[in-house]
Design a protein around this ligand. Structure first.
Ligand SMILES: NC(=O)c1ccc[n+]([C@@H]2O[C@H](COP(=O)([O-])OP(=O)(O)OC[C@H]3O[C@@H](n4cnc5c(N)ncnc54)[C@H](OP(=O)(O)O)[C@@H]3O)[C@@H](O)[C@H]2O)c1
Length: 332
């Protein structure tokens, strides 16, 4: 029986994720049982939410078991009549060379004319989060000022461009000069702030002289505390993610936002993309159309090799990715 590699979680990180929290385990490849598919992994998605799932909790990854997440692969054996060898499918994959999927949990990868990896990014959960977060909760109106944290990231880069498509003035916050340049020049934001170099409060006042109507929050923490000082009456705050908090050893207490929301008659709403699954197809159609028209640009950072998957995930917390972070495991 062929040996395959699986990337397992071996310890629960107390704080910042470490490469030593993962290990490669060799195991025998399974065959597809009734209704199952044996799938060779092509691409895996590395996502911030994986870090909180490494803590002890009801939905945590099990110690000694492979990390699981979104992936794309090619069917090598099918015991489900809806699939055949050679089909490219998406689903929840183990971080491994091969994964066994229930046919019911796999989906034929339809790319809308975009590269295959777009199904993990702009046409996958991060693009869909940007779409529903910005349109349903941000409700962007022409001429409004929109501020996006982690503006060069998978969600933030798409959320900002959607607001541009809707006629807003869009300002991004990001963590390096390289990202500032890309977000401004390639993605067309009106202004971009490097929060690691600039005084954030002064920079927001400069880039958003009329205040902030929509804040799309990917990071939380001190960045969000500062942004709240600049929101307008009736502002909408889309709480998409809180990445600055995921590696903290102790919960942070910060300025409490409710007085600000009260006095500004503002709305803050969390988005969980899975609650919008009934409209994913419609959203993908629209995102794919914008890609085709060239009004939407999708960046990816691809790291090669299953053995480098932990490094790719850790890199997200160090700001190493631009756009969607993907791990390439084998050749399509
Ligand atoms: N609610 C949902 O359904 C849903 C779905 C997908 C993602 N999310 C959330 O959306 C957010 C973005 O996810 P993504 O996949 O698009 O990731 P991403 O933005 O592509 O990558 C994360 C980026 O966050 C920034 N960052 C990391 N640590 C930070 C810190 N301590 N303070 C400030 N910025 C920090 C880094 O960029 P810089 O170089 O700019 O610092 C890093 O590149 C995450 O919080 C994620 O949990 C939510």
């Amino acid at each position: 029986m062929k040996q395959i590699r699986q990337m397992v979680l071996v310890s629960r990180p107390g704080g910042m994720l470490r490469e030593t929290d993962f290990a490669i385990r060799k195991s025998e490849n399974r065959t597809a049982g009734p209704g199952e598919l044996l799938v060779r992994t092509l691409y895996l998605s590395a996502d911030p939410y994986m870090r909180p799932r490494m803590n002890e909790g009801p939905s945590s990854f099990a110690l000694g078991e492979p990390i699981r997440g979104n992936g794309l692969g090619v069917v090598e054996e099918s015991a489900d009549p809806m699939f055949k060898a050679g089909d490219i499918v998406s689903g929840m994959f183990e971080w491994a060379d091969y994964t066994v999927l229930e046919g019911n949990d796999a989906k034929i990868a339809y790319t809308y004319g975009a590269p295959l990896t777009a199904l993990l990014g702009v046409l996958g959960l991060t693009g869909l989060t940007a779409y529903f977060g910005m349109l349903d909760f941000g409700k962007p109106q022409k001429g409004e000022t929109v501020l996006i944290s982690s503006a060069a990231g998978a969600v933030g880069s798409i959320a900002g461009q959607i607001a541009k498509i809707k006629g807003c003035r869009v300002v991004g916050i990001t963590g390096s000069d390289e990202k500032v340049k890309i977000v401004r020049e390639e993605l067309g934001f009106d202004g971009v702030i490097n929060y690691k170099k600039e005084n954030l409060g002064e920079a927001i006042s400069r880039f958003c002289p009329k205040g902030v109507d929509i804040y799309f929050d990917n990071v939380g923490g001190e960045i969000t505390d500062e942004v709240l000082q600049h929101i307008n009456l009736f502002a909408r705050i889309v709480i998409c993610g809180q990445i600055s908090q995921y590696n903290l050893e102790e919960k942070s207490t910060g300025p409490r936002p409710f007085p600000t929301l009260l006095f500004k008659s503002a709305i803050a709403q969390g988005i969980m993309v899975r609650h919008h699954a009934d409209r994913f197809d419609h959203a993908r159609d629209e995102l794919a159309a914008w890609l085709k028209q060239g009004t939407l640009h999708a960046r990816e950072t691809v790291v090669t090799g299953l053995e480098n998957a932990p490094r790719a995930l850790i890199g997200i917390f160090n700001g190493e990715n631009i756009g969607k972070q993907i791990v390439k495991v084998s050749e399509p």
